[in-house]
Design a binder for this molecule. Structure first.
Ligand code: COA
Ligand code: MG
Length: 302
């Protein structure tokens, strides 16, 4: 898994106010969107505005990405050629349905004038169509060759294509697909991001769905509004109780009496080496003591 992608905010590439806020937002990653959130009449303007925004200094977000239009659309090729040479962590590819689609993106990126010494962006794949779900294993199995390191389930598009209700009853109609994305991400070592929660004023609803996504095994959630960042960071970050339990597990295995043991009794619970491994991974993921904490998200202003 790549480091922390608990909160991954979409910022519409045609919204000047939103773009101006992007560098100061403390999401783990920001994806500037040129696809669904941008109307055909705004596509060109959004590309130019996005190119200016991503070169602003002092970004707070750990990662910076751009969602390009599909290659088969009239804007896709131009987007890929424009953003492949930029200092980006990833190009986000919408409606990915096969490894071949990503191979086409890579071929096109190779034609872009890359800056010497600057690595080309990774690919993050949006899985949001029935064929994308069906072919997901083929896509993920080729991840290394494709430079693919993240899967994002696009729940709005998927529910539309399936003609299912992707919202009610804890998203029961999408449960199998949510699980499939996590299953395949885990098998192939990719980051798995849950879909967006549209009702951005409904904080309790957002927290409920984010917690559900975490229970499914997602690493983080894609977001549509800055007000969702802190909640996502909280839900997908380790809780104080989890940190203290992880410390207890690591401490217990370090005791002389437990040296070389594969399994121990910790407070009446069976703890195996695999638990030690998860505990150590969790502790390793915490910011180093003395590291500057990420700034708080701005308050909603209207
Ligand atoms: N990124 C950065 N800033 C955002 C933002 C986002 N995703 N969503 C809202 N903001 C800003 C607004 O521009 C506004 O700024 P202002 O106070 O300077 O006017 C402020 O946050 C408060 O926004 P609010 O009034 O609550 O919402 P809105 O009506 O401006 O926007 C949406 C609501 C849903 C249209 C907007 O959040 C949005 O476009 N989200 C992303 C959509 C997207 O990218 N979809 C594609 C992927 S699913
Ligand atoms: Mg979409």
């Amino acid at each position: 898994m790549t480091p922390s992608q608990r909160s991954v905010l979409f910022v519409p590439g045609a919204n000047a106010k939103a773009l101006s806020k992007a560098p100061s937002l403390n999401a783990d990653a920001i994806i500037i969107d040129l696809e669904d959130a941008v109307s055909p009449a705004q596509k060109q303007m959004a590309r130019t505005a996005t190119l200016i925004t991503i070169t602003q200094p002092k970004w707070q977000a750990g990662k910076k990405a751009v969602r390009v239009n599909a290659l088969h659309s009239q804007w896709g090729n131009g987007d890929v050629l424009a953003f492949a040479p930029e200092m980006l962590d990833a190009l986000v590819i919408p409606k990915v349905e096969s490894a071949a689609m990503l191979r086409d993106v890579r071929r096109l990126m190779a034609k872009a004038r890359l800056v010497p010494g600057r690595p080309a962006p990774a690919l993050w794949a949006m899985i949001e169509t029935p064929r994308g779900i069906l072919n997901l294993e083929d896509i993920a199995a080729n991840a290394t060759e494709l430079g693919l390191n993240c899967l994002i389930i696009g729940t709005n598009d998927l529910a539309k294509a399936l003609r299912c209700d992707g919202v009610s009853n804890n998203r029961e109609a999408l449960a199998a697909h949510l699980s499939r994305v996590v299953l395949i991400a885990r098998q192939y070592g990719l980051t798995a991001l849950d879909g967006v929660y549209n009702a951005f004023d409904d904080a309790p609803g957002f927290a409920r769905e984010a917690k559900q996504g975490r229970r499914f095994g997602f690493d983080g959630k894609s977001l549509i509004h800055p007000s969702q960042i802190d909640a996502a960071n909280q839900v997908f970050g380790p809780s104080a109780a989890q940190i203290s339990r992880a410390k207890a597990i690591v401490r217990a295995f370090a005791l002389k009496k437990n040296a070389g043991k594969g399994v121990i009794n910790l407070d009446g619970e069976m703890i195996e080496r695999l638990h030690w491994h998860s505990a150590q991974t969790l502790l390793d993921s915490l910011p180093a003591k003395g590291a500057k904490p990420a700034p708080r998200a701005r308050k909603k202003t209207s």
